[in-house]
Design a protein around this ligand. Structure first.
Ligand code: TMP
Length: 215
């Protein structure tokens, strides 16, 4: 069993149903004696949570949106994620940079090269061998057809600026997640999120067991 810090992110279009599985994983890691840092993006620190409220609610152009999510990410990495990994925690992060490529890149059509540049700047951290770009050790992608996600979201709550987008937007978001996975297949576990909750949970648990992180 790995004892060092582990960084796991969770991704998927709105309505894909990540939350209950993230909570269940946190509980399972704790039962197996691990310290867990449960966090999310946008957000995860007091500053980044304030930026989250703006990103989800205030009208703005795509570049402003991209800069705000990366600004929050920098604070979140330095104040929360990196210290947790140094302590040896399991960091379970509900969304990370793949969401920026999916929503701002795919959904809004913002320049992917510029997102890649921001990713390298913002995720540059110090490690034993010098500076490197922090990425999750594993990204669990809840893959669900946008049509089904839209049905699940119907009437669930007052939609934010993303949830209010049309089906076409989510089709682009889903396609952008797919191409992020194609670029780093070893980092991703693609989960069919269309099954029953128990089937999805089995697939999530198996992805972590296969990596030797859960018994
Ligand atoms: P949540 O509802 O899963 O917490 O996610 C909040 C919304 O923020 C979701 O619609 C996706 C969006 N988002 C971005 O647009 N860019 C990002 O970088 C992140 C992390 C989330």
């Amino acid at each position: 069993m790995t004892v060092g810090g582990i960084f796991i992110s969770f991704e998927g279009i709105d309505g894909a149903g990540k939350s209950t599985h993230i909570d269940r994983l946190a509980q399972m890691f704790r039962e197996q004696g691990r310290q867990v840092t449960l966090t999310r993006e946008p957000g995860g620190t007091p500053l980044a949570e304030r930026l989250r409220a703006m990103v989800l609610n205030d009208p703005m152009d795509a570049m402003t949106e991209a800069l705000l999510v990366f600004a929050g990410r920098r604070d979140h990495l330095l104040q929360c994620i990196e210290p947790a990994l140094v302590r040896g925690d399991v960091v379970l992060c509900d969304r990370f940079t793949d969401a920026t490529f999916a929503y701002q890149g795919g959904g809004r059509g913002f320049d992917l090269e510029m997102l890649s540049t921001l990713e390298r700047w913002v995720q540059a951290v110090q490690g034993q061998g010098g500076e490197f770009t922090r990425q999750p050790d594993l990204t669990v992608w809840f893959d669900l057809a946008p049509e089904i996600a839209a049905q699940r979201l119907q009437g669930a709550r007052v939609p934010d600026r993303f949830e209010a987008q049309p089906l076409e937007f989510f089709k682009r978001v889903a396609a952008a997640y797919q191409s992020r996975m194609n670029q780093s297949p070893q980092r991703f576990a693609q989960i069919d999120a269309g099954g029953t909750r128990e089937n999805v949970w089995d697939a999530v648990r198996l992805a972590l067991v296969n990596r030797g992180w859960l018994a």
